[in-house]
Design a protein. Structure first.
Length: 261
């Protein structure tokens, strides 16, 4: 009897690490091509309260967004897996970078995923940089568990973000008669912008930096040419980096990226 008990205890010692290893799993965000949602569904039950804050409903090309993963009630988050994909496919959309209490991972079927750097956290952040050009809708997939890996509540989320244009840029041009030409799009000095909109309409031309701060704002008629001099209100040259020219008419938007060297 004593030997049987000793064997049983030894077996449990070997089994327990495996049974509680789910918070260390990677590649289980639930995104297409991933290994499923073991971060939320291998154990436990429904009723999780994990939330995502800061993932945009609309994204600008190459813009960076800070995303927070938090719980709205109950126990701390044992761990989560998340990744961003183009539409409902398996291709990664943009780039994820680790932030507060998070780390990235790469697994077969799920490159550039994100999770907590250690288990049982109340919150964490990461940044998501959108693709260089509009690629249609993108989706953030997240699966996570609260409390212990053996009995905590599960959460599985899918959030969608659309291009600021609302449609792929080519379709916006065809449907709304909008277009925006920028030359040069990469340079060190003046930029020539030419706005196109349906006859008899006026559109709003806006240039902003990566943080969303407005550099130029002007109402323009179709065919109007605007020369943008990349300087601030004091006449000092703007810092090198990415800037965004947006032409808006009603609910339609078209965006052109400008790179200042």
């Amino acid at each position: 009897m004593g030997r049987i008990l000793a064997v049983t205890l030894t077996a449990l010692l070997f089994l327990c690490p495996a049974a509680t290893a789910r918070p260390s799993y990677t590649g289980y965000s639930g995104a297409p091509g991933s290994s499923g949602t073991c971060a939320s569904s291998c154990h436990g039950g429904s009723g999780g309260s994990i939330a995502v804050v800061g993932f945009p409903t609309s994204y600008g090309p190459a813009q960076t967004y800070t995303v927070s993963v938090v719980h709205r009630g109950g126990s701390s988050i044992s761990n989560f897996n998340a990744s961003v994909r183009i539409g409902t496919g398996s291709q990664t959309a943009g780039t994820i970078t680790a932030g507060f209490q998070t780390t990235t991972y790469t697994k077969t079927g799920e490159p550039n995923g994100i999770r907590f750097s250690s288990n049982n956290r109340d919150s964490g952040t990461f940044t998501w940089t959108a693709p260089e050009s509009a690629v249609g809708d993108v989706k953030l997939y997240l699966a996570g568990m609260q409390s212990s890996s053996m009995g905590g509540p599960n959460t599985a989320l899918t959030l969608t973000s659309s291009p600021l244009t609302g449609l792929a840029e080519g379709r916006v041009t065809a449907l709304a008669g909008l277009d925006l030409h920028a030359y040069p799009s990469v340079g060190t000095g003046l930029v020539l912008l030419r706005a196109v909109s349906p006859a008899g309409t006026s559109a709003l031309l806006r240039i902003s930096d990566a943080s969303g701060r407005t550099m130029l704002r002007r109402v323009v008629e179709s065919g109007t040419a605007v020369i943008w001099r990349p300087v601030d209100s004091d006449g000092a040259r703007l810092a090198p980096g990415s800037y965004y020219a947006t032409l808006g008419l009603g609910t339609q938007r078209i965006v052109r990226k400008l790179t200042l060297r």
